[in-house]
Design a binder for this molecule. Structure first.
Ligand code: ACO
Length: 326
């Protein structure tokens, strides 16, 4: 059967570290509150002038080098981001140019924190139909630019970074077994950045208002996230005729340790089988899963034949899962 196999992973994190203790000096918050409510200790912040496409290009070059392929063999580039460099052209086109290739399809997708799995699902369909052989899927975010740094309820949560995978169509038993993509716009206003869209074109009045920044109804979102993700992981397991104990590693979106723990509990998974790095990077939105996957592979946590489950939840609302047999 023609399947999409992950032939490489790569990631990029900016050098600058912003700790909870640094934040304590800037606003009315504490390291203790942030760690207890979220699990986050520190996050990375992009350098002044460093853009989403810059970070995405670093991650893309990393995966191309590790997989040992030529950029010219890439047939499709999908970049998941809620923080593109600009409205258009897409950041994917900028990355394509920097990789020194042209002609192949390149586009951004917007599904907030679920964006990477959405990208994986779309690329998988192109590969399974034989339309493309090799696809580059990137998740990259520069959330530090869309946060209100006076708002302690949101700015402590996020970080910047990028991760990427290369998929190749092969006649194998391993690879992406399933992707499930979902959305419910009923909850669109629970998490949004209203700026610079056709509803809120840039005006003098808009600048400096909250429409410029990310707004979130955190505790409501928390409850929806826990319930939805518990259903999503069970859907992924059952769709593949597996049992929960067949999941060898869970690579969850890194939003909140309490959400991750609840999902792991639903699957009956011990935390040794769950990849957690939000303590060091915070929530990097669409970048969090490919960064976590890249680290898990580097640490030797995935062996051939393992069932690896990805899940994510984010603005839209969107949520998604992917089951991969390594
Ligand atoms: N430091 C200290 N106190 C704070 C801080 C802070 N940084 N932030 C909020 N508080 C206070 C609040 O003001 C509130 O005080 P009050 O009781 O006096 O009013 C109190 O702490 C509790 O606030 P809650 O919002 O109820 O805290 P909660 O336990 O829900 O944690 C959090 C907040 C971490 C945001 C949590 O709700 C969460 O993780 N939500 C889900 C986030 C998520 O999954 N987002 C989706 C993905 S992101 C994306 O798609 C881009």
């Amino acid at each position: 059967m023609l399947r999409s196999r992950i032939i490489g992973t790569g990631s990029y994190l900016p050098d600058r570290i912003l700790t909870n203790v640094d934040l304590e000096k800037q606003m009315d918050t504490t390291d203790e509150w942030i760690r207890a409510r979220t699990g986050i200790r520190e996050r990375r912040i992009a350098a002044e002038g460093e853009t989403t496409s810059d970070m995405a290009t670093h991650a893309a070059r990393c995966v191309v080098e590790k997989a040992g392929i030529r950029p010219s063999s890439i047939d499709l580039i999908i970049l998941a981001t809620a923080t593109p460099d600009m409205a258009f052209p897409s950041s994917a086109c900028i990355v394509q140019h920097r990789l020194g290739i042209s002609g192949v399809a390149a586009f951004d997708i917007s599904a907030a924190c679920s964006g990477f799995i959405y990208g994986l699902g779309i690329a998988d369909q192109f590969i399974r139909t034989g339309t493309v052989r090799t696809a580059l899927v990137i998740g990259a975010e520069r959330f530090s630019k869309i946060l209100d740094w006076q708002d302690r309820t949101t700015c402590v949560l996020f970080g910047d970074g990028a991760g990427a995978v290369l998929l190749r169509g092969e006649e194998v038993e391993s690879g992406i077994l399933s992707t499930h993509l979902h959305a419910d716009g009923t909850y669109a206003d629970m998490l949004m950045v209203a700026r610079k869209g056709s509803r809120n074109p840039i005006t003098d009045e808009l600048i400096q208002t909250e429409a410029e920044y990310l707004i979130m109804r955190g505790s409501e979102l928390f409850k929806v996230a826990v319930k939805t993700l518990e259903e999503a992981v069970v859907e992924a397991v059952e769709a593949n005729g597996l049992a929960c104990e067949d999941v060898d590693l869970l690579v969850p979106h890194q939003a909140n340790i309490r959400i991750i723990t609840a999902t792991a509990k639903r699957l009956g998974l011990p935390m040794e089988k769950v990849v957690v790095n939000l303590d060091r990077y915070g929530n990097t939105s669409a970048a969090s899963i490919p960064i976590a996957l890249d680290e898990a592979l580097a640490e030797g946590r995935i062996r051939q034949g393992d069932h690896v489950l990805f899940e994510a939840f984010g603005g839209g609302l969107t949520w998604a899962s992917a089951m991969v047999r390594w």
